[in-house]
Design a protein around this ligand. Sequence first.
Ligand code: GCW
Length: 690
Amino acid sequence: MQPDYDDCWLRYDEVPEGDLRASYRRLCTHAYVAEESRELGAVREELRRGLGGMLGRDPHLWQHPPRTVDGFLAVGTPGDMDVVAQAVDEAEIADLDKGGYVITTGEWEGIDTLVVTASSDRGLVYGTFHLLRLMATRESIEDVHVEEEPASPDRLINHWDNPFRGSMERGYAGQSIFDFETLPDLRERYRDYARLLASVGINGVVLNNVNTQIPGREEGNEAMEQLEGWRLLETRYLEKLTGLASLFRRYGIETYLSINFGAPEKVGDLDTSDPNDPEVEQWWAEKAEEVYDLIPDFGGFLVKADSEGQPGPYNYDADHVDGANVLARALEPHGGRVWWRAFVYGSHKDRAVQQYDTFEPLDGDFHDNVTVQVKNGPIDFQPREPISPVFGQMPETDLGLELQITGEYTGQHVHACYHVPMWKEVLEFDTDPEGHGKKVKDLFTDEGTGMAGVGGPGEDRSWTGHYLAQANLYGYGRLAWDPDLETADITDEWVKGTFGTDPDVVETVTEIMHGTWPAVIDYSTGGIGLMHMMYNGSAYLENHYDPGPEEWPGYTGITEEGIGKDRNSKGNGYAQQYPEALAELYDDPESCPEELLLFFHHLPWDHELDDGRTVVQTLYDNLYAGVEETQRLRDEWRTLEGEIDDERWRHVAERFDEQVEHAGVWRDRLSEYFYDHAGIPDEQGRVDGD
Ligand code: GCW
């Protein structure tokens, strides 16, 4: 029976008659996969699906080299398979980074071979998906030579899944796919999810929300009452997780858990969780031991501590280093890591300032197996933010880059918003142009560093609530694997895998994808650096994406005279947290990049920008331009009717209609708000307070 959910980019549509199909059939109808390991079971299964779909016939899977054929595919390590050893240099393969692989051609006893090889089973899984991607994008495989290694050693997904509630924080795609109560029973969908993740190289899954208990500020809110992800550390739940962990293992994916810092009291029966208490230390060591007995390749713990009502070391007069290190010592004997989040705010008047202030002084003090996980910007996944000043300035600490796959502030999957161009901007950012010159992407290549993408799928047929949002999951994985990839290349792969290779369809969908992010920034913020223009749920778990005037006063710095926040040397000094060249750049409104201008500066409404337009006029213009662009994208999408399947076409078309309408609401609310304070009408007569 066909599952009632989408295949995303793993559709494996049949290759039409022609040379390409003949070539694929010649080299891939017969596939030799030697040793039986669990991961190779995943390889076989994927070959069966992928080749079966694209070749239009079932492939023959062999346990030894086939002899009476024109050519065949061989997947295995050089050590396991002579056929492979003959095609590659064994030492070169052994030298590949963990998860690396080679796809190349060779010959065995006069027969042409296509070889996928690696030194680990995980590499073979990735290599297999890569080969299938080449075929899905209709590339030639006759003279193929690919050598790949992941840039970041750890490429995680952070699920904000609320166990036992079936909900996802900031999920936007229906209920969670995970059912922790019915584990160890496994759903088909878990496996298909593992396939999607492995196909883009993700190697770790944090199963539950970083909010593992009711955030303090939400007490009494019924929706929150059952937030008890902390329970997953209880023995009975750990036991349930083993099957799921072994399913993920088949795809090279390690399992992680978000833990509650108060677990020694909540899960255990201690009367403190003080990280400096020897009994607490002992409790964590024993808990880690128990976890690893059940899940030998367990990845580690993710921790949100002293943030938004979650407990942490501050409750015990200790600091982040004490907190992270006690967990790190417990995990160390088993090879596990602590991912300690740097998302803290509340004690400073401006949250932008707090993170660097809190963490930079701790540089060098964290244990070797601690990764400090930092969101890309200092605020919170806004449509566009400056880069967190922590990056590049904690050289003695392993850092992780946290990106949001899910669209919390970019339309909550009712709006289309492609995040890859935004992430590219983040990754290509030079954190110290006149100093060490490291770009953000250079910071996540050493052991212990990595990337964490927030966003889990839901029960929705599309997995992500909006078919076009699948591209963000895809693109996150691809960039975590190789941050040098260009946006256009990622889009091209994704569109072809998802909507087929018809050149007109590819061109239209690509163009639409690339237009979405700038449009969202324009209509939902005015495009020159305002933050938090949205109300996104009074109850913490609720999702709403509306303009939120109640949030604005603190974030916009709006007055009758002007708008923006002085996060500069005249103001709270945030700009000075950056290395000198950047601090200077941001400190002067003349040199500050226009797209971040009001983030760093409070400016008079009639202050002129480079092109001679005033601040207020630029805001009006951008709001209008964002809506017009969204209309254009909607119209473009409409041209695809009949060119792709009706179901996905209609779903996206309807969402675009909503987006256009909604964008208009944003434009009107924001422009009225600006006008109400500035009292300056729009030069084009669109905004005048009537
Ligand atoms: O942006 C906020 C979100 C919360 C989230 C928090 C965090 C998990 O609105 O939903 O809580 O960030 O990153 O911890």
